[in-house]
Design a binder for this molecule. Sequence first.
Ligand SMILES: Cc1cc2nc3c(=O)[nH]c(=O)nc-3n(C[C@H](O)[C@H](O)[C@H](O)COP(=O)(O)OP(=O)(O)OC[C@H]3O[C@@H](n4cnc5c(N)ncnc54)[C@H](O)[C@@H]3O)c2cc1C
Length: 411
Amino acid sequence: MIGGGPAGLMAAEMLAEHGISVDLYDAMPSAGRKFLMAGRGGLNITHTDPPEKFLARYGARAPRIAPLLAGFGPDELRAWVHRLGIKTFVGTSGRVFPAEMKAAPLLRAWLHRLRGAGVRFHMRHRWQGLEQADHGIRLSFATPEGDKEARADVVVLALGGGSWPKLGADAAWLPVLQSLGIAIAPLRPANCGFDTDWSEHFRTRFAGQPVKRVAIDGRQGEFVVTAAGVEGSLVYALSAGLRDAIEAEGSVTVALDLVPEREPARLAEALSRPRGNASLANHLRKTIGLTGAKAGLLRELAKPEDLASPARIAKAIKSLPLRLLRPRPLAEAISTAGGVAFEALDERLMLRALPGVFCAGEMLDWEAPTGGYLLTACFAGGRAAGLGAAAWLGRQARPSSRSSMNSSARL
Ligand SMILES: Cc1cc2nc3c(=O)[nH]c(=O)nc-3n(C[C@H](O)[C@H](O)[C@H](O)COP(=O)(O)OP(=O)(O)OC[C@H]3O[C@@H](n4cnc5c(N)ncnc54)[C@H](O)[C@@H]3O)c2cc1C
């Protein structure tokens, strides 16, 4: 096993359950760093969407993810978490979280169980490449003690995407696999923020401020104004389409509704109340409660003529043009689109060009919104790759056996 994130650990578990001796290598000093980071803001492990809706979250790759979820879907994932002694609960939006919302207790219990099952962890081992040899697969690693080699009968690569590279997944695997003839779709940011061209005045006053209860292109939610543009849950939810539109058109202009709960006619009516000597800012505040960053966005994005009458102001508030120039860099994104093409893999997630080498997790060419869909597919893919690798070795399930066999897997 190479890669100690959720996908790699799950593959390791499957192999160990089949009585296969597992060595797990990871470049970082400890396993599951991104998983732990995911737990910082509340570990959204999966979702209670009905199956069809759940699958639709994977967009064009839904047919590729379907068989993985058929083997290990949201219900199986929750049951698996429960077997680790961690309770789960369903949040208001149907999102599923472990008790206490954190990843650390789950990861701790899981690593303990894996060690108990005989999985050996080799940290600070940065995988550099592999080569098919006469007796298995030769792997090379860079370690603090210098370069090392290892041999395995089967290998699972679960190296993650390219976001938040400080947590370990830095996509250095991409040129290595490319040089071995593996088809890889370019890596792109997913669940990411976007740059826009705020005026200096707006940027200085409002960067860092949340903008709640708004709608972008008809979808309600909230976002955060950043120095460079916008980020946050509503932006992430729309990000795949926005990114694709920018790639096709050079930029994209979305319609921002600052008061989605009110009809334009009602807004115009309220704004028609006598203004007297009040400034526009005061009038907006008194009549429709528009203040802070929302009022700032109106000033920033509306043309002067849009503010000429109550009806025009109401119209502008309901549909401000916000031009997005480019997604934020991959390193800042929550997740990665692109990766190892499914066409390069067989149905067990083995690389067709490299028999005995399997791939799983975020390094594959799929993407999904936040909401637990990312982790669910990583766990499901890790399980499929682990089972595929075990089947490749021709093993029968021997759930309680320790590793007394000759076969070995490197993850
Ligand atoms: C801030 C943040 C919050 C998130 N929140 C959620 C959430 O709430 N719900 C959700 O579903 N998803 C969430 N995600 C996404 C989720 O964490 C990832 O999709 C998931 O961790 C990917 O799992 P993975 O096993 O494929 O890769 P990773 O977890 O990235 O693990 C890959 C491992 O491979 C190792 N590695 C990489 N290259 C090498 C190499 N050359 N040699 C050796 N080892 C290597 C890395 O060190 C790492 O340990 C979040 C992500 C971020 C950044």
